[in-house]
Design a protein around this ligand. Structure first.
Ligand SMILES: Nc1ncnc2c1ncn2[C@@H]1O[C@H](COP(=O)(O)OP(=O)(O)OP(=O)(O)O)[C@@H](O)[C@H]1O
Length: 249
């Protein structure tokens, strides 16, 4: 298996915004703390630059924390890294299998049973039938849902739904792991097991990308911090140094 690595070169992501053509852009000074850069395209349409001039090289073993105010571009960057978005300019080279724990409930079919949802998700994650067979029993056990596993997902309580989504999403140990916030779900009994499982998945990943607003979480998990501001990299380097500048203490 090849080593995991990521290289983004001059990445830009632009969102066209429809029905906003009356917006006055006379004053282009960015006074707001939040958001990407609002601009006009060549044809006069309004666009939001979610990311601009992003150059990042990430090697095996790195644990990257992403910080930035609301709208700074963290989610957009995580989506580029997970292959959900393609850059509108520049290139994104992502080597290694990648699992994103953003929106773990996405893709779950409420009409299907818990067991069927496990299969659906496993297929979506690109697993082979042999791999699915191997891990599905373990996932069922981990959820602790008992006979509910064969009832439709829509009949589950919120906590039960989270148990299922969490168990499925963390069942594989990817080379590249992408997360926003630390997943911690369920009641006390489940949370303990969930935390242990998260620690295992995180420590076995060759590359971790974690977007968070929690200084403690970032400092205890990351070897490098990237600070995004208005869609650009403001600072990239030592966690303590970047955190001191971003959090201001
Ligand atoms: N689908 C979209 N259409 C238009 N603009 C978008 C879209 N998605 C993101 N943006 C814009 O891109 C910029 C970056 O958004 P993004 O969601 O990446 O920020 P973020 O750092 O994750 O913010 P938060 O901390 O609030 O989640 C924002 O200005 C946002 O308005």
């Amino acid at each position: 298996m090849n080593k995991a690595s990521i290289e983004l070169k001059n990445v830009e992501v632009v969102f066209p915004v429809y029905n906003a053509s009356t917006l006055s852009l006379k004053n282009r000074v960015l006074s707001a703390v939040t958001g990407g850069k609002i601009d006009r395209a060549y044809d006069g349409a309004i666009i939001v630059k979610g990311l601009q001039d992003i150059n990042i090289k990430i090697d095996q073993g790195e644990r990257i924390g992403l910080v930035g105010h609301n709208g700074a571009g963290k989610t957009t960057l995580l989506r580029i890294l997970s292959g959900i978005y393609q850059p509108t300019q520049g290139s994104a080279n992502i080597n290694g299998d990648c699992v994103s724990l953003i929106n773990i409930g996405l893709g779950i079919d409420p009409e299907a049973t818990g067991r069927e949802n496990i299969l659906l998700r496993a297929v979506m994650m690109g697993m082979t039938p042999a791999q699915i067979k191997k891990i599905s029993h373990e996932i069922v056990e981990f959820t602790g849902l008992g006979q509910f596993i064969d009832l439709p997902f829509r009949t589950y309580s919120t906590g039960m739904q989270l148990r299922l989504a969490f168990a499925v999403s963390t069942a594989v140990k990817p080379q590249i792991l992408i997360m926003d916030e630390w997943l911690s779900t369920g009641d006390e009994e489940f949370r303990e097991r969930a935390d242990q499982r998260m620690t295992e998945v995180v420590s076995s990943a060759e590359i971790l990308i974690l977007a968070s607003h929690s200084k403690d979480l970032l400092l205890s998990n990351c070897t490098r911090l990237i600070w995004l501001e208005h869609g650009k990299i403001r600072m990239d380097g030592d966690p303590a140094e970047v955190a001191a500048n971003y959090f201001g203490h």
